[in-house]
Design a protein around this ligand. Structure first.
Ligand code: B12
Ligand code: SF4
Ligand code: SF4
Length: 340
């Protein structure tokens, strides 16, 4: 016998809890995602060279265009918090272990099985399709968008990956929750590159996460020192958020931090060794040249004379992206030594 929409929702929540997914919420498919703000962000070029963000904005702001049968969007969180290991060069917490897309998508597919048994037409997404995920999660009552634009939940804070299922089943929907940022501006104040240009607005071109992950070319010189020891991504505006103080350690073994060679040894990675070192990690997506570009920037900021021989070898790399950043790092380390 088919379950009522409420029973079906309860079943989804049970299965989600078994899979370690929390919180869970349901949004109507046609909720207000502030499409106008998104279009303005694109018009102003704030997406930088993430051209895929600008492809078909109509679809991205309207989930019903992605799956015409869809009546609801189910939203799920997956806690990924854990402290960073002590090492030279910081890797954002979301990328310490296995790529979350695969881990979360596998869980969502299990929930889709359940929805299919109830006659639903469903499609799961983990940053794998044209959805404005944070506004949708907010509509589903998972939390509110903080001033750093991240979805923020009163219990888990912001250390949540978000996953979604578009479904044709008319499950009971949730109400959005109240914004509780209040007069706090810590995330805005701490940002090293002033990327949060106003509350709830982020210029991706200035964000260290964008510069070290998404941006393909040379890091603009004006940002190199500001990047400090951020090797891959940035958590500064999350680390200071008072709502993140109570974060509990993730129970997802797949996210356990991986150990990597020191930055200096990393400079010797050839293409094959790079892929072997980062197999299964989101860092692999960067490819060798961009990774070594980042290694050079961090060494330029925190390196010592002992790093110079490895950097000199990198300065002779046939890839101009690596060679130029290595030369910059040599200049920075040498200038620091001379000033002492
Ligand atoms: C592009 C992208 C980036 C870009 C741009 C980030 C950004 N803020 O847009 C870059 C590379 C910089 C980035 C960085 C990070 N990202 Co990212 N990213 C995305 C992606 C693919 C799209 C985001 C997007 O649509 N941006 C467009 C902008 C315009 O949308 P928006 O930020 O929601 O903007 C809305 C608000 O500004 C709002 N607004 C305007 N005025 C007002 C006023 C009020 C009062 C309110 C409430 C809202 C509001 O309207 C806009 C449109 O709706 C999503 C996945 C997805 N498909 O959604 C992941 C995603 C947002 N990223 C994620 C993560 C984890 C990160 C990092 C923490 C990774 C890291 N440690 O380096 C950082 C965090 C940086 C930050 N402070 O945002 C998670 C966030 C999870 C969560 N709890 O929110 C997501 C959801 C991926 C996932 N599935 O888990 N990311
Ligand atoms: S992730 Fe870092 S650079 Fe980006 S907005 Fe937050 S503090 Fe600024
Ligand atoms: S640091 Fe303050 S303003 Fe920023 S998201 Fe957290 S509570 Fe909101």
């Amino acid at each position: 016998m088919q379950k009522s929409p409420r029973q079906c929702r309860e079943e989804v929540e049970r299965r989600a809890a078994e899979l370690g997914l929390a919180p869970v919420g349901v949004a109507p498919v046609d909720g207000d995602v502030r499409a106008g703000e998104f279009r303005r962000w694109l018009m102003e070029g704030q997406h930088g060279d993430m051209a895929w963000m600008a492809r078909d904005p109509e679809r991205r702001t309207s989930p019903a265009r992605v799956l015409p049968e869809a009546r609801r969007v189910l939203a799920f969180g997956l806690n990924y918090y854990q402290p960073e290991p002590e090492r030279r060069g910081r890797i954002a917490k979301y990328a310490l272990g296995k790529d979350y897309h695969k881990v979360l998508l596998k869980k969502l597919k299990r929930i889709c099985e359940l929805l299919r048994e109830e006659g639903g037409v469903n499609r799961p997404y983990v940053d794998t399709g044209p959805l404005l995920e944070k506004p949708i999660a907010a509509l589903a009552g998972l939390g509110w968008q903080g001033k750093n634009t991240m979805l923020l939940n009163g219990e888990d804070g912001q250390w949540l990956f978000l996953g979604f299922i578009l479904t044709s089943l008319p499950l009971p929907a949730d109400e959005p929750v109240r914004d509780r940022c209040g007069s706090c501006t810590r995330c805005i104040d701490v940002c090293p590159t002033r990327a949060i240009t106003a509350p709830y607005q982020l210029d991706a071109r200035k964000c260290i996460s964008y510069l070290t992950i998404e941006h393909k070319g040379p890091i603009p010189p004006a940002y190199r020192r500001l990047i400090g020891d951020h090797l891959y991504g940035c958590d500064d505006c999350l680390d200071v958020c008072p709502w993140n103080k109570w974060a509990r350690r993730t129970r997802e073994a797949a996210f356990s931090p991986r150990l990597y060679p020191d930055l200096r040894d990393m400079l010797a990675l050839d293409e094959e060794a790079f892929h072997a070192t980062f197999a299964g990690s989101p860092i692999r997506r960067l490819k060798r040249a961009r990774w070594l570009r980042n290694v050079c920037v961090v060494l330029g900021n925190v390196g010592t004379a002992e790093d110079l021989p490895a950097l000199r070898t990198a300065a002779g790399d046939p890839d101009p992206l690596i060679a130029e950043h290595a030369a910059w790092a040599i200049g920075e380390i040498t200038a620091r030594a001379a000033a002492r």
